[in-house]
Write a protein that binds this ligand. Structure first.
Ligand code: AFP
Length: 277
């Protein structure tokens, strides 16, 4: 099952990379269920992934950030929630973007997550897959090469934080100031995939998207973005919390629900707990 899934993701990534290279970055008149204006590319990428995933016998259903409801089949026992093109607002400026996937057993909830993956469309095409352990694939231009998987050390030196600063809560301002006082460097592109991939590849740091006075539940969606990355970061030796609680223990009531999130190495997450408790 894992190998089939990896092959399907590799196929999808090549097709999506192709449309990213050829297509225009025009917006449509439609919005997704979270209220973001959709790009034609969001819809094309969603369709590519939908068609590929529904071919797999073991898939019972799928849902994406671009769909208001899940699509179910009669057979299979695994559900996949995915963000087909994360970072659509930075495509126009030609920054790296990605696709994110969470594989759930029978129910869309954090405790049922059994695998997760993301694809980075950058100067290189890369895929990280987490099952029992991490797998890291890089496309050479001709085929896929598996590399030794990245791991998070106890502490890093990168700080990537989102949310509009004027709406940050005081504890978040203090946390960020403290990290910079300790010598952390700011690295934030506005794309969750390249920002978290950078921290993973460099072996540590902190990514945060806090709750703010204008967005009390943060911005990033639990099923399509937060849970899959929490799963991957834990498998890489890191931690992932909402400020206090482990992200993978959070409940979910609505497919498109969001949460504040903090993902990183042990040292930075301990610091988050100190500032948030
Ligand atoms: P878009 O898909 O609308 O560009 O949002 C990207 C994203 O979901 C995630 O990839 C980023 O980490 C985050 O939003 C950036 O949000 P801000 O623009 O508020 O920093």
């Amino acid at each position: 099952m894992q190998q089939n899934f990896i092959s399907i993701l590799q196929n999808c990534s090549l097709k999506i990379q192709n449309i990213l290279r050829q297509s225009h970055t025009n917006y449509l008149n439609s919005t997704n269920p979270s209220g973001d204006t959709q790009l034609a590319l969001d819809i094309q990428a969603d369709k590519i992934i939908e068609e590929e995933l529904l071919k797999l016998d073991f898939i019972k259903g799928i849902c994406s950030e671009e769909k208001s409801k899940a699509i179910y089949k009669n057979n299979g026992s695994y559900l996949v929630a995915y963000d087909p093109l994360d970072g659509s607002s930075i495509i126009e400026s030609n920054l790296s973007v990605g696709s994110i996937f969470g594989i759930y057993e029978k129910e869309f909830k954090a405790s049922k997550l059994i695998g997760a993956a993301y694809i980075v469309y950058g100067p290189r095409l890369e895929l990280i897959f987490a099952g029992d352990k991490l797998h890291y694939y890089v496309h050479t231009g001709e085929d896929w090469q598996e590399k030794s998987p990245p791991a998070l050390k106890k502490k890093g030196n990168i700080n990537a934080t989102g949310g509009t600063q004027k709406y940050w809560e005081t504890n978040h301002k203090k946390l960020i100031e403290n990290l910079f006082d300790e010598g952390y460097r700011l690295r934030y592109s506005g794309g969750m995939v390249p920002d978290l991939h950078q921290i993973l590849i460099k072996g540590g740091g902190l990514f945060s998207y806090p709750s703010t006075s204008d967005a009390p539940k943060g911005k990033l969606r639990k099923l399509f973005e937060v849970f899959p990355f929490a799963f991957i970061y834990e498998k890489a030796g890191g931690e992932a919390i909402d400020g206090k609680n482990r992200l993978l223990e959070l409940d979910i009531k609505d497919l498109h629900e969001s949460t504040a999130c903090f993902l990183g190495s042990e040292y930075e997450i301990k610091k988050v707990r100190n500032f948030y408790e």
